[in-house]
Ligand binder design. Structure first.
Ligand code: ADP
Length: 625
């Protein structure tokens, strides 16, 4: 048997090689994070074994107390981090230590710029894990024995970060994993006992397992715990420092950035559980994938049960990280059981409210951080308006919008800001949908509103048409898409303009335009929206809008009804006024041109751009003759 499992030399996957190179260069100024990552992995390995032992107690064998040991040899220049957790079998060492299994790896590499400063931020966000060992080590050796396997089935994995690693089967008495770092010459400082001890304490105080280091000054090797060995969330809030909360966040997320906020709560009484929720500062790469891994780390009575327990928060809060520790759920709870459990359903409602309260606190107390939060997660949080009717009152005040009141495309305006700036007589909150905020801003639909100083919210996210349709009311005010209906602004002043627009003398002209555009528009009428532009398109209140149509079509719907828009003409515009005097041929040309322009401003595209260009050129030529 030993012949078939001799040492084997293997290559890293290409992306691991890339990552290693990059990490070694760009994380140089935060080299100590390797300890955080390796201690974090050791703690995860212990967590996993404790979980497996719930159904197979024999796995713990003679060594039921799970712990972590860290030791340095300053003469040899090595550091060893050992756990007695779940361990790795030979095949697992090859699979887990030679590849990056994380989702979004390809996107991650696509985003690298070659600029060390920017890339190191990205790396922090990606979470480097085990490979951070190579920031300080020339050679990394992992020796492990998987819980449940015999002493002869240990594995040694070794690499010098040169693109290859070796794996061999060894005899190992101890269960679990030792990671042995042969420090680079310029990283020998980490073998200094006191330096190491203070770092280990920083990175382990929040963990549930004791972390032992050799007692100083003792004649023989004597281990002492350097941390409290109490899971962070089980401690009282007022005894936990911000730094500890941040370290714990890093342990569970591998995110290099500190979180924006957290919320730590214990619920007692009929139902007992503790939750610790965090708001990250940056969106992960896979945030837009609605089926990417998400959810909380689940513990039952302080025993780790599973990662990514998604049943405790709704999809639109998928950016929230954290843990939940229940005293009521059974230890053998499975994903399937979580799905149908009324207990879990009740916790989910309460945790959703807690998460929204945490977001609301950030919005109220730290507007700058909230702006960061909104930029990263606003488009996801918004989904809640459509998905979580029950929490709409909590959600609407959290929304931020670009608006005609502010220059620029940033979302700065809250609904409360908007309402405070409403004009006398204004009873609706106006918004414009387009493919981008800047396209919304330049829409002709805004002209009359702008002339009256009425503010309009500018929306350009893909999900906006869906969400804006579900807004309901905010403080008793309804929402109005400025491209819909006939937008009668007479209550807001400007009666004269309306009267002129409604002049019955235009009827004949509109009828003629309607004929020229037969099959393209459902009607032609005078516009109450325009001042500068000659024409625009409008829709009735319940038509599918253009953005919504595209969103549904992209989602695979092919049964969408074809609804033709209304062409609105600005009766005071010279082009429109000149129309009536034209012969049929020229009349048709100009009518089509106005229609195509209106489509361009609304949708950024027309059916026959070539025809449009030729038509425009014919008119230009005439002008120049
Ligand atoms: P992550 O922890 O984010 O999955 P890492 O690069 O840190 O990524 O580790 C990769 C994998 O290697 C882990 O998922 C785990 O399966 C395995 N591993 C790392 N350290 C240990 C350890 N001390 N004991 C057992 N398995 C480990």
């Amino acid at each position: 048997m030993s012949e078939t499992v001799a040492a084997e030399k293997l290559g890293f996957k290409a992306e691991v090689r890339e990552l290693l190179k990059l990490m070694i260069h760009s994380l140089y100024s935060h080299r100590e994070i390797f300890l955080r990552e390796l201690i974090s992995n050791a703690s995860d390995a212990n967590d996993k074994l404790r979980f497996l032992a719930l159904s197979d107690p024999a796995l713990l064998g003679e060594e039921p107390d799970l712990a972590i040991w860290v030791e340095a040899d300053d003469k040899a220049g090595t550091i060893t981090i050992r756990d007695n957790g779940v361990g790795l079998a030979r095949e697992e060492a090859i699979a887990h230590l030679g590849t990056i299994a994380k989702s979004g790896t390809a996107e991650f590499f696509g985003k690298l710029t070659g600029d060390a400063q920017k890339d190191s931020q990205l790396i922090g966000q990606f979470g480097v894990g085990f490979y951070s060992a190579f920031i300080v080590a020339d050679t990394v050796t992992v020796e492990s024995r998987k819980a449940g396997l015999g002493a002869g089935e240990g594995v040694r994995w070794q690499s010098s970060a040169d693109g290859e690693f070796t794996v061999e089967t060894i005899t190992r008495q101890a269960r679990g994993t030792s990671v042995i770092l042969k420090l680079k010459d310029d990283a020998k400082e980490f073998a200094d006992v006191w330096r190491l001890r203070s770092l280990v304490r920083r990175y382990s105080d929040h963990l549930a397992f004791p972390v032992y280091m050799p007692k100083q000054g003792a004649a023989t090797l004597d281990w002492e715990a350097v941390n409290q060995a109490k899971a962070l969330w089980t401690r009282p809030r007022n005894e936990i420092t911000d730094e500890e909360y941040t370290e714990f966040y890093r342990h569970i997320t591998h995110d290099g950035e500190p979180p924006l906020a957290w919320s730590h709560n214990r619920v007692e009484g009929q139902r007992e559980y503790t939750s610790l929720l965090y708001l990250p500062a940056r969106a992960p790469f896979d945030l837009s994938h609605r089926d990417a891994a998400r959810g909380l780390k689940l513990y039952v009575k302080r025993v780790f049960i599973m990662d990514d327990a998604e049943q405790f928060l709704p999809l639109y809060l998928r950016f929230v990280k954290g843990i939940v520790d229940s005293s009521d759920l059974p230890l053998n709870v499975s994903r399937e059981l979580l799905q149908n459990d009324p207990e879990v359903e009740a916790m989910r409602s309460a945790l959703t409210r807690r998460a929204l309260d945490m977001v609301a606190r950030l919005a109220r107390d730290e507007p700058e951080k909230y702006a960061t939060f909104w930029k990263e997660f606003g488009a996801v949080l918004k989904e809640g308006v459509a998905e979580d009717y029950g929490n709409r009152d909590k959600l609407l005040p959290l929304l931020r919008f670009a608006s005609t009141h502010e220059a620029g495309d940033e979302d700065k305006t809250s609904l409360a800001d908007y309402v405070a700036r409403m004009k006398p007589g204004q009873d609706k909150i106006y918004y414009q949908l387009a493919d981008s905020r800047s396209a919304a801003r330049s829409s002709p639909h805004l002209e009359q509103l702008a002339a009256r100083g009425v503010e309009v919210l500018l929306l350009g996210d893909r999900v906006d048409p869906w969400i804006m349709g579900q807004m309901g009311e905010f403080e008793g005010r309804g929402f109005q898409d400025v491209a819909r209906g006939d937008l009668d602004l007479s209550k807001l002043g400007g009666e004269a303009a309306k009267a002129e627009a409604d002049d019955p003398a235009h009827e004949a002209l509109f009828g003629r335009v309607g004929k020229a555009l037969e099959g393209q528009v459902s009607a032609v009428r005078a516009s109450h929206r325009l001042t500068e532009s000659p024409a625009c398109l409008a829709r009735s209140e319940d038509d599918l809008g253009e953005q919504m149509r595209r969103m549904l079509a992209a989602a695979g719907r092919s049964d969408l009804p074809e609804v033709k828009p209304v062409l609105e003409l600005n009766a005071t515009h010279p082009l429109v006024q000149r129309l009536s005097g034209l012969e049929d041929a020229e009349f048709g040309e100009l009518a089509r041109l106005l229609y195509d322009q209106a489509r361009l401003t609304e949708q950024g595209q027309i059916d026959n751009p070539g025809d449009y260009a030729r038509r425009l050129n014919r008119l230009l030529l005439k002008l120049l003759q």
